[in-house]
Design a protein around this ligand. Structure first.
Ligand SMILES: C[S@@+](CC[C@H](N)C(=O)[O-])C[C@H]1O[C@@H](n2cnc3c(N)ncnc32)[C@H](O)[C@@H]1O
Length: 246
């Protein structure tokens, strides 16, 4: 699965779609915050902070640090200390943080176990690690729409989500020796094709169909046609919050 965050716009489309079209109100950031044993003054590291809104929501009561490998994420970061860093090689001393989060990002990391071990290394004794990933086979309708349009253009669909609810708990338990899992099942519910098309198009980078790809305009047309002819009305989805204590 390619990680392409040259701009954060596609990520924002997906975040907005989940906020607006979830069957049950779904504020993932608030749910993660509620799962963390946060205390005033805690040092919090968010790995792969993306838009940075999670750290900004935590506010001034904490010492906030974010790392990301996307220049777009870094240049739009505000309200916390942001720096470029790979999750697999964190540029921090051992035992520097009380809480380390890795939300919807471990599936981009070539060696997720190394990233989890790095999170443990920089946690203080008693500190908490929390990772968020999707359930295996989340939003199958949207996946089928994008992969169908891409493969209809003769492009091999090499889309693999290597970290998901089925394997992350064992990875975390293997590093930390303990693990807790909270699963949140839900669905996206649409009443028209427009948001389905927008969401599907926002996923194309992950299928290797970047903004510069010569077939992209035609693939976008195919997505639109397919979404109109066979509407995706209700698409099951879910995520897990996997926590562990050092
Ligand atoms: C799907 S976005 C999630 C962003 C944010 N955590 C959220 O949940 O909204 C994945 C983020 O991880 C970042 N990322 C990908 N690989 C990374 C790595 N090896 N180390 C640090 N950040 C990485 C991307 O640049 C992107 O900002």
């Amino acid at each position: 699965m390619l990680a392409d965050y040259q701009t954060l716009d596609p990520l924002q489309v997906r975040i907005d779609t989940h906020v607006r079209y979830s069957e049950r109100a779904d504020d993932v950031e608030a749910t993660v915050i509620a799962a963390l044993p946060l205390r005033e003054g805690h040092c919090v590291l968010d790995v792969g902070f993306g838009t940075g809104s999670f750290l900004r929501r935590l506010g001034a009561s904490y010492e906030l640090t974010g790392v990301d490998t996307s220049d777009a994420a870094l240049s739009s970061a505000s309200g916390f200390s942001a720096r470029w860093a790979d999750a697999q090689d964190l540029p921090f001393e051992d035992r520097s943080f009380d809480v380390v989060t890795a939300r919807h990002m471990l599936y981009h990391v070539p060696d997720p176990i190394r990233a989890i071990a790095e999170a443990r290394r920089v946690l203080r004794s008693g500190g908490t690690f929390a990772a968020v990933v999707n359930i295996f086979d989340t939003t199958p309708g949207l996946f089928g729409l994008v992969s169908g349009a891409v493969s209809a253009h003769g492009i091999d669909v090499e889309f693999d989500v290597p970290v998901h609810s089925g394997n992350l708990p064992d990875m975390v338990a293997g590093v930390f020796g303990n693990v807790t899992v909270q699963q949140h099942d839900n669905a996206l519910v649409f009443d028209s094709p427009a948001p389905v098309i927008a969401y599907a198009v926002s996923c194309l980078d992950g299928f290797g169909v970047t903004a510069e790809h010569p077939l992209r305009p035609s693939i976008v047309d195919t997505i639109a046609t397919m979404a109109e002819q066979t509407p995706v009305l209700r698409d099951p989805k879910g995520y897990v919050i996997v926590t562990a204590t050092r």
